[in-house]
Design a protein around this ligand. Structure first.
Ligand SMILES: [Zn+2]
Length: 229
């Protein structure tokens, strides 16, 4: 666990990050980690005095299994509202698998990834808040539609706190900003546009789905990365 800011904790769950917002409007969880991370997630929440039943809201950046892995279990124990981008709802519910990366290998791995999603039966039907670009959550996060890695991928900007939650719009692997995983990204052109969009905003801290947060100068770092694409 890493305290990213006064009101934000990064919880690493088997290689993917979830974020606990403890500020106004919270406690709120952003993404829910890998399937099988339940006991760690509950323990890490408890370390911050939060039980699943205390959560006010769970915001999902996108429906990949490493981000909604504990959503169903949380929903069973919590009255928290579940929010995602309206375009992502069919994937969070498990009604559809997200499109394949348009390459030979992309089409080869697509059924495997879709199988993972089905195997864990992660779909959550009761989605309480389907949001679009510009929606402001009571916690202060503004929804940003950042498609590419998935059609309804969403990043979140907290202007007042100077924090961007990127989801998998981009990653921070080994101290280096990088594109989302190619084979799990159906539209890399859109993903690049989404990174450019994030690079054009103002924030000090960026929190990624994969890799450590950047604290200080984050929007400049993402803008510089966007220029290389
Ligand atoms: Zn991911």
């Amino acid at each position: 666990m890493l305290q990213v800011g006064p009101d934000l904790v990064c919880i690493e769950l088997k290689g993917v990050n979830a974020y606990l917002w403890t500020g106004p409007g919270g406690p709120t969880l952003i993404d829910t980690g890998m399937p099988g991370s339940w006991s760690q997630l509950v323990g890490d929440l408890a370390a911050h005095g939060v039980k699943p039943g205390d959560l006010k809201r769970i915001i999902v950046t996108h429906a990949d299994f490493d981000h909604i892995g504990c959503l169903k279990a949380l929903k069973a124990q919590s009255p928290a509202l579940v929010a995602c981008h309206t375009v992502e709802a069919v994937y969070v519910r498990g009604e559809k698998s997200k499109p394949a990366n348009p390459s030979v290998l992309g089409y080869v791995v697509h059924p495997l990834m879709a199988g993972f999603q089905r195997r864990y039966d992660l779909g959550v039907w009761q989605l309480d808040e389907l949001v679009v670009e510009g929606h402001v959550f009571p916690e202060g996060f503004t929804a940003l539609h950042t498609p590419g890695h998935s059609p309804g991928h969403m990043s979140l900007l907290h202007k007042q706190a100077g924090i961007l939650i990127t989801g998998d719009a981009l990653s921070n692997h080994k101290g280096k900003l990088s594109l989302p995983m190619v084979l799990a990204t159906p539209n890399m052109g859109m993903a690049v546009e989404s990174i450019r969009k994030l690079g054009g905003l103002t924030y000090e801290t960026a929190c990624f789905g994969h890799g450590p947060p950047i604290v200080g100068g984050a929007s400049q770092a993402i803008a510089a990365f966007a220029q290389t694409l």
